[in-house]
Design a protein. Structure first.
Length: 116
């Protein structure tokens, strides 16, 4: 038997052994972390305030942008205090990024206003 044939036979044997060892009823409960969920009712006031700023029919001026950035930043701080989970950390980073973009848009609007 050649070296390639032996290697091929070993690969097949290892594959068959691996398939026999696998079971469909594996329990990952001990390894998985408990998912963290936030109660929307606890944040309803902040969410409503943000919605009012975003969906108001008036023009989106720098005062409104600054207020929106502040509310998003406040919400991020409050959510961060709720848990140290990785999911919450990612959500907080997204809220902070939205606040940053909103604040930057306000600064850009002010700069454009003074250029006129």
């Amino acid at each position: 038997m050649s070296f390639a044939a032996i290697r091929h036979t070993l690969a097949i044997a290892l594959s068959v052994f691996s398939l026999c060892a696998c079971k469909g009823d594996a329990d990952f409960g001990r390894v998985m972390t408990t998912p963290v969920t936030l109660n929307a009712d606890e944040y309803r006031g902040e969410i409503t305030g943000i919605d009012r700023l975003v969906f108001d029919e008036k023009p989106f001026g720098e005062t409104r942008r600054a207020a929106l950035a502040g509310k998003l930043d406040e919400l991020a701080k409050r959510v961060k205090a709720s848990s140290d989970s990785r999911f919450i950390t990612i959500e907080v980073l997204e809220l902070k990024r939205l606040a940053e973009v909103t604040h930057h848009s306000a600064e850009q609007a002010i700069v454009e206003r003074f250029r006129r």
